[in-house]
Design a protein around this ligand. Structure first.
Ligand SMILES: *Cc1c(COP(=O)(O)O)cnc(C)c1O
Length: 393
């Protein structure tokens, strides 16, 4: 079936590239015509270990013959183990599992409101950043600080306000008696690869403590090693009350998680929240394997080394081409800001066998697997240069 025929049967909500991908191996993908692509997208920061990693194949195969699902009416060992591991890694206390990023943020928003309800306080407003991205459900589009995701979906759930990132005065001005939580991405992915300053995050934590407000970090894109530490918040040395995870956690198998401190997490009392698929043995076994392999293959160090290499290459492009303004981001969540629309560059890269993505109209974004090699980064940079040269910009 060609891509035009496929479009006949799908809702047109994705502006897809006209290729059909059929298989992957390591940092490479192949389309149905046999053409290969070097993958600097990793399924939007999902394929932490690249494609077809032997450890994931083994875990998925073993779990498939053991038990795929049993619901949350009962305990299962994989969910118990993964919760313990994530609590140990994050320093938080309680874990709730779901199936996607938006669901993890829904859980965080509901938990923040329930926490204050349980204390008998009428606090419900969540403050988030402009240019943020928190998902596509009704609550999470209301939370998102970009109008483009909201158009056509009114009335939106109430109780969200947005302020400019890194503007402490704006944040102070937005806080009132109804403020329950401040929710931030330590590094905005979809919104243009915008980093929250460490001093800002420290001041936000202090503000939260002063006013009795919860601090939520949406680490759905930044978490699980993407920024060179297990969680991006570690770099700021600021500990949140709630974090949300998804994308890279399952290495390609859908899973989301919300972690909270013991004090906050206990407000998800029996019957207050839930999901049928969340924490199923398959997705939890896979996530445990992702975390094990990250440790065995020392991937946090690889992220730091490959990040430095990729940034050096991107800086050269900034020095060479006036269309590029700056390199942004951290770890292997990097962007290069242009003063033109980047779509033609992305299309030229696709033609030349490199997958890259955008973060807004003028930022090219690079999210390779965390085990990408030095040679593959070199190769990707060469394809990128060649693609830009070919456009005569
Ligand atoms: C991708 C993303 C989400 C939404 O995750 P889904 O799995 O698509 O629902 C939320 N927040 C951030 C920061 C993301 O990058």
């Amino acid at each position: 079936m060609n891509t035009q025929q496929a479009a006949q049967y799908l809702t047109p909500n994705y502006a897809r590239f006209p290729i059909t991908l059929v298989k992957g191996q390591g940092a490479r993908l192949w389309d149905d015509a046999g053409k290969s692509y070097l993958d600097f997208v990793a399924g939007i920061a999902v394929n932490t270990l690249g494609h077809a990693h032997p450890a994931l194949i083994k875990t998925i195969t073993e779990q498939a013959v053991t038990m795929l699902h049993c619901s949350n009416l009962y305990f299962n060992p994989q969910q118990n183990e993964l919760a313990k591991k994530l609590v140990e890694l994050s320093g938080l206390g309680k874990t709730f599992f779901c199936n996607s990023g938006a669901e993890a943020n829904e859980a965080a928003i509901k938990l923040a409101r329930k926490f204050f309800f349980d204390k008998g306080e009428r606090k419900y407003t969540i403050i988030t950043a402009l240019q943020s991205f928190h998902g596509r459900t009704m609550q999470t589009i209301a939370a998102t600080g970009q109008d483009k995701v909201k158009e056509g979906f009114a009335p939106l759930p109430a109780g969200f306000t947005h302020v400019a990132l890194n503007d402490l005065d704006a944040l102070k001005a937005a806080i009132d008696d109804s403020t329950a939580a401040i929710m931030l991405e330590p590094l905005q992915g979809e919104g243009g690869v915008n980093l929250a300053n460490v001093v800002y995050l420290e001041a936000v934590r202090a503000l939260c403590d002063k006013h009795g407000i919860l601090l939520i970090f949406d680490e759905i894109q930044t978490g699980i090693g993407r920024c060179g530490t297990m969680f991006a918040f570690e770099k700021a040395g600021v500990s949140p009350d709630i974090i949300t995870l998804a994308k890279g956690l399952g290495g390609g198998v859908p899973i989301g998680a919300m972690l909270a401190t013991n004090n906050v997490g206990k407000s998800f009392s029996a019957g207050s929240h839930g999901t049928t698929f969340g924490g199923n043995p398959m997705s939890c076994a896979v996530a445990l394997t992702v975390l094990d392999v990250m440790e065995e293959e020392d991937l946090l160090n690889n992220v730091q080394a490959r990040s430095a290499q990729l940034q050096t290459g991107l800086q050269k492009l900034v020095a060479t081409y006036t269309i590029f303004e700056e390199v942004r981001g951290d770890g292997l969540l990097l962007g290069i800001k242009a003063n033109i629309e980047v779509a033609p560059i992305i299309n030229a890269c696709l033609d030349n066998g490199l997958l890259v993505l955008a973060a807004g109209p003028q930022v090219l974004r690079f999210l390779p697997a965390l085990n990408i090699s030095e040679a593959e980064i070199t190769e990707g940079l060469a394809i990128l240069s060649k693609s830009i040269e070919g456009l005569n910009l």
